[in-house]
Structure formats: structure tokens, C-alpha cells
Design a binder for this molecule. Sequence first.
Ligand SMILES: [Zn+2]
Length: 371
Amino acid sequence: MAICSKVGFPDLFITYTCNPNWLEIQRTLLPINLKPPDKPDIIARFFKTKFDNLLANVTKKGVLGKVLAYMYTIEFQKRGLPHAHLLIFLHPSNKYLAPEYIDKIIFAEVPDPVKQPKLYGLVKNHMVHGSCGMANPKCSCMTNGRCSKYYPKKFQDVTLVHQDGYLAYRRRDNDFTIEKNGIMLHSDHVVPHNPYLLMKISAVIVPSAGGREGNYDEIKQYLDCRYVSPSEACWRIFSYSIHGRKPAVGRLFFHLEGENSIYYKDFEQIGNVLLKVSVTESMFTAWFVANQVYDEAKLLTYGQLVSKFVYVKRNRCWRPRKRGYTIGRLIWVPPTTGELYYMWMLLIVKKGPTSYDRLKNIKGFKHATFR
Ligand SMILES: [Zn+2]
């Protein structure tokens, strides 16, 4: 939410799945006569390598446009394979608002097998949903006699952006087909994808907003949450990150006057505890000091401070930032905390106060309470 409030809504939602048939995995496992489920460590390592490559292509090389921020999470299917969900926030000059721009990066049609044989092969192997429906009622996606993923999709000549942000991609009924298990499938079974990324690595792109309501099985969800698959276990043993985001979000602490947290060990003498600098100084009170010292700090709210300043814990002070970029987020406090809550509301808007009293000063009038 902190990132959204700074750079706006995400533009692209990319799902990146692990494929046990990846050449690298097959090449490693075939000579030792093992199958992908036997070697979750290999799966985790290849997935990590390939995902890092995808991330670098999208965020550093900018193959889908200039990226302002991103966020990802790694998840594991119950019986094993990892997949990643990646949110991309694009630069305002690179947003894909109009259907003709969307058509440049997302495709949902069977490619020409003669002109694009490599792409055709990849779409055939990875980007065709089904066959399901009447042709294959036993397919795992089928619930109550229909496909839970809403395939086959409707044909349409142009990409449509609905008011709720839900997208219907251009899906023309071209003459190209793909044969799956003896059934000829048309473009209405193609999963939306980006050809460039698909040729590099395999990925699925789905709309980032909207979607349809489904029935949630809470018991199943709970059991899924409790289950750690072998490849997830390996992922965690290797200490690969489960989430990632850029820019970083810094949490900003604050407190009422004289109510800062003080940490001490249970055997410490109270006299020594009271001598600690943390009794009188904190990240928050250091902000008041920074507002006295730096002109630039006076132009910022507490939440904006981290974009230009860094808190130096050792010296308990804020110093001008030399490198990096961080977004600040005030810690959340519930309305039941009373004065603290009202102070939080003031902190969202007030710039440059040098003391608690100054913070209570609104339009030249000094109020008795934050409320
Ligand atoms: Zn289906």
C-alpha cells in the first residue's frame, strides 16, 4: 500500500511458473535417472536462477517498459513446484492504457506455425489451456460441468478494457490451430502471454484488476497453508527470499511525549536503564531535531522524510541521504489509542515541526491536545 500511495496502481501482473521439463532440469536429472519430484533442491535452484533472470529482464533491461517499482511473492503448489507472482509498476510515460498498446505486449492467439515456428512450439507446450469442456470433461479444471478458468474464451477482434479494469484480450479467430491429445484447439484456448518473455523463459500474464468471484474452500485453504512441500523446504533451506520489492519501504515509529519504548535486559538496574539515551531520544524526536538543523527536512512530512534522509541509529539522528531510495510508512495505530491516533493523523500532513508543541500548532493556534 505504501508503494501504491507513492507510484500508483500496478500495471502488470506476471505469473511465472516452474516447468519440470525445462531443458536444464532434464539435462541434470536424466543421467542420474531421477525425476523432478526426487530432486526438489535442483528445482529450487533452477527456478531461482530463471526467476532472477526474468526479474532482471523486466526491471533492469525494461523489456516491458521503464519500471518504477515492483513486488513479488514466491508460492508453492501443494505437491511441489514453485511459481512466482510479480507486480510491476511502470513509469507514467510507459503505461499501457490503450488497447493498441496492450496488444503490443500481450498476445492471446495461436501464432503462425510457418512464420513463427519457435513461438508456435512454445505456445503449444505451455500456453494452451485444455483440452477441457465437452471434449474432456475429466480435466482437472472442470467443476460442475464447466471450466473453472472460463475456457474456451470468447473470440473478439479488439482488446476491450472494461470499466472495472477487467481486460478481455484481442482473440481473433485466425485459422491456426494447435493439436492437444488428438483435439484441435483454436485461439480461444490460448493463455495470454508475452512472446518475448515466453521465448526467453515461460510466463503467463493475467489482468491485474477485476477477475471474477469464486467459491472459497476455507478448510482446503487452511490445509494448504499448513503444508510445506519438498521444494518449498529446499527454497527455505537455501534462504532464497519469498518476497521481494523495490523500492524498500521503511517503517517509521512515533510515540507521544515521554512514551517511547525502552528496551533493557531483565537483570539491569533501574538506575542504569534510566541513563540510556533511548529514554529521551528516539527516531521520532530526532525528526524534530532534523527540522531545526536542515532546511530541506522542513519541507517534508514525517512519512516523506526517509526519501531524503537516513536515520543513523548509532548517533540517533537523521542525516541527508546520499544514495538509495526508500518509501516511508508510518506504523499503524488503532483509533482506540486516542491521542496517539490523532497525532498520527497530524503526522500525515504536518511538515517540519520542531517539537510536540509545534505539532499541535495549527494555523498559528496552539491546541491543548492532538485531537
Ligand atoms: Zn479448462
